[in-house]
Ligand binder design. Structure first.
Ligand code: 13P
Length: 263
């Protein structure tokens, strides 16, 4: 089954109002004419207004303003009320954000987010009609101990066992081995493919149809030099890109590589 690739930029804790405007203007120029790949960016929520305005106001007649979707790096489970510092699904929708990253290893590590808590976020996003981008992946120690599949299964099961496989209809999974994030040491295409096939197979135990349509991105040191080879793999449906998403030309090369590999 043909799946439409998705390349998403996770800006993490980077940027400013000026940077947001400049990078998005660059992306609009670079991605003009791209039709075969979905593209999303997740700036810090502080800059969603700037991002939304820059995406909407196009000084040229390019088509790329319709290509780049907005996203966020996190969301909270509560909808409103006395939850100081939190950000709701409704607030994200207010800025037209669509793809919402949850379970990133940096949040699992620095904010002690559990599998169960992340499953609640998944449910909140589905309730709101937003697209969860569920990050999963093993640490270096877990990898060396041969626990990669067990860790990915456990992280998926938190959602599968509470919401059912159907929750993955229209959702995105990002396989991000922790040892590959920000290290310059990407998984090899074969290594990533093996885990992606395991992830799809794990979902297929519940529903083959859901497994066939779910987008599984690879993330971890994806750049303009290694993206094309990663995308040759049948179960790699795009990428979640950190560092290389902060430069319009590099990010555009990755998007175009996905478009070409999956046409
Ligand atoms: O964590 C990542 C995306 O969510 C990957 O980050 P890098 O591309 O900087 O390794």
């Amino acid at each position: 089954m043909a799946r439409r690739p998705l390349v998403m930029g996770n800006w993490k804790l980077n940027g400013s109002k000026a940077f947001t405007k400049e990078l998005i203007e660059g992306l609009k120029r670079e991605l003009d004419g791209v039709t075969g790949c979905d593209v999303a960016i997740a700036p810090p929520v502080m800059y969603l207004a700037e991002a939304e305005a820059t995406l909407a106001s196009c000084g040229c007649d390019c088509t790329s303003k319709n290509v780049i979707a907005l996203g966020s790096q996190n969301v909270d489970v509560n909808v409103s009320g006395a939850f100081t510092g939190d950000i709701s699904t409704a607030m994200l929708k207010d800025f037209d954000a669509k793809y919402i990253i949850i379970g990133h290893s940096e949040r699992r590590t620095y904010h002690k987010e559990s599998d169960e808590f992340i499953a609640k976020k998944f449910a909140a996003l589905k309730d709101a009609g937003l697209v969860p981008v569920l990050c999963i992946g093993e640490t270096e120690a877990e990898n060396e101990a041969g626990q990669t599949e067990a860790v990915c299964a456990r992280q998926l099961d938190a959602v599968l066992n509470t919401l059912g496989a159907e929750a993955f209809n229209g959702a995105v999974i990002a396989y991000e081995p922790v040892w590959a994030i920000g290290t310059g040491k990407s998984a090899t295409p074969a290594q990533a493919q093996a885990v992606h096939a395991f992830i799809r197979g794990h979902i297929a135990k519940h529903s083959q149809a859901v497994a066939d349509q779910v987008i599984i991105q690879y993330g971890g040191s994806v750049n303009d030099a290694n993206a094309a080879e990663l995308f040759t793999q049948p179960d790699i449906d795009g990428a979640l890109v950190g560092g290389a998403s902060l430069k319009a030309p590099a990010f555009a090369v990755i998007v175009k590589a996905a478009e070409k590999a999956k046409e």
